[in-house]
Design a protein around this ligand. Structure first.
Ligand SMILES: [Zn+2]
Length: 403
């Protein structure tokens, strides 16, 4: 918190954005000059692990600071129900105006994601059938919203779908080529340009200096890294790693790069810390602020999950301590172990060579999850599938989630 006014918070989640396709994470193509500039003015986290590799579970964890067993979102029909530990609820309770402009058909009001938001604008509602709303449509909404509410401390969450499959950038953003990765890069370049426009709006309206900018993603994207494409199928690094850039002229050191492994569930406690609010007992993440000043921090244990006994996706858990990572497919009862430091592409399965390492890691992961399994009924989705109607199924199919 600076002065007597709470910092504004602008959270931009760019769906399915791989960090290694951004200039500030070492990409050779110029996909992201504006995001790079934001990183140069703030803190960039080099290794950030999402709680899941599909939108609904990953965003539930990001906005609740908890793992799936706590927020209860494991299948497409599960509803989020995390009450007072949900970020918009916390912020509204202390006086923030809370708004969201979102584009992903998983993050509906019916699924519980609108709780705590004063304004929840779902752009996909405005057109029938399969439809990928574009960042351009957000610009006038953001401008109007800041006009109306920029005078109060605000929390604005923008969820951008442009970088999500199918990759169809407009002609002016097809400069990298016509293969899948080049079109994906074009989508990134388009989003990047509009992030500049969004920042310009905040500058013009005189609120930028008092705003905390957070740019991240819900999960990554696969381009044949393990023989497949898209995401939401497994838990290899290409779908779990997300970018994380935090910038604020008044509250954040500039030009810092943090190599420590951290988790997407750490973002919520970090936001609370940066705006001067106390930590909350229900959250599983921890503030990242100590990493701004210490380079001696240890990697944080990251647990990621996908699937459930009820879903067609095999229930799978990944646990990583930053050096090693174990992946356990519970339905097939098969395990893989990778030495991330020496094999970042996860190509050499060491499970038969170092079973003890895998056992120890899995035990650490289970110790984190098990206590919440018992209280799962508190958050379990009501047996309802109201938000998965024919129209939504069509949208999900169009985005590649369903066969
Ligand atoms: Zn997503």
């Amino acid at each position: 918190m600076t002065g007597d006014k709470l910092l504004n918070i602008l959270l931009i989640v760019i769906d399915a954005l791989r960090p290694d396709h951004l200039g500030c994470y070492g990409y050779e193509r110029e996909t992201s000059p504006e995001i790079d500039a934001l990183a140069a003015q703030g803190v960039r986290f080099e290794r950030v692990v999402s709680e899941s590799s599909w939108t609904k579970a990953a965003v539930a964890s990001l906005l609740s600071g908890t793992i799936s067993e706590s927020h209860g979102v494991k299948t497409i029909s599960d509803c989020l129900s995390c009450g007072d530990s949900y970020l918009p609820t916390i912020l509204r309770n202390v006086g923030y105006v809370t708004g969201c402009v979102q584009t992903n058909p998983f993050l509906t009001t019916a699924a519980g994601f609108a709780q705590g938001f004063d304004h929840y604008i779902e752009l996909f509602d405005s057109a029938p059938g399969v439809y990928k709303p574009r960042v351009q449509e957000m610009i006038p909404i953001v401008s109007d919203w800041i006009d109306y509410f920029g005078g109060s401390p605000f929390f604005l969450y923008l969820h951008l779908l442009d970088t999500h499959h199918p990759y169809e950038p407009s002609k002016m953003y097809q400069q990298f080529g016509s293969d899948a990765q080049s079109l994906y890069d074009g989508e990134i370049r388009c989003v990047d340009h509009h992030i500049r426009l969004i920042r310009d709006i905040l500058v013009q309206k005189g609120v930028s200096e008092k705003t905390l900018y957070i740019v991240t993603s819900d999960h990554g994207e696969e381009f044949e890294d393990h023989g497949g494409s898209f995401h939401a199928k497994h838990l290899y690094e290409e779908v779990l790693r997300v970018p994380l850039i935090i910038s604020s002229p008044e509250a954040i050191p500039s030009g810092l790069s943090v190599p420590t492994q951290v988790r997407s569930i750490d973002i919520l406690p970090t936001i609370l810390n940066l705006v001067g609010l106390p930590p909350q007992p229900g959250h599983h993440g921890e503030t990242l602020c100590p990493l701004f000043t210490s380079s001696l921090s240890s990697d944080r244990l990251a647990v990621s999950q996908i699937g459930s006994e009820q879903s067609t996706t095999d229930p799978t858990i990944a646990v990583s301590d930053g050096e090693y990572k174990v992946i356990w497919n519970m339905r097939a009862d098969s395990q893989e172990l990778y030495h991330l430091a020496g094999d970042p592409g996860e190509l050499h399965n060491l499970i038969n060579h170092e079973p003890t390492v895998a056992r120890t890691l899995l035990a650490q992961g289970k110790a984190l999850i098990e206590p919440f399994r018992e209280s799962q009924h508190r958050y379990r989705a009501k047996p309802k599938a109201a938000d998965v109607d024919a129209d939504m199924l069509m949208r999900l199919r169009g985005l590649g989630y369903l066969e």
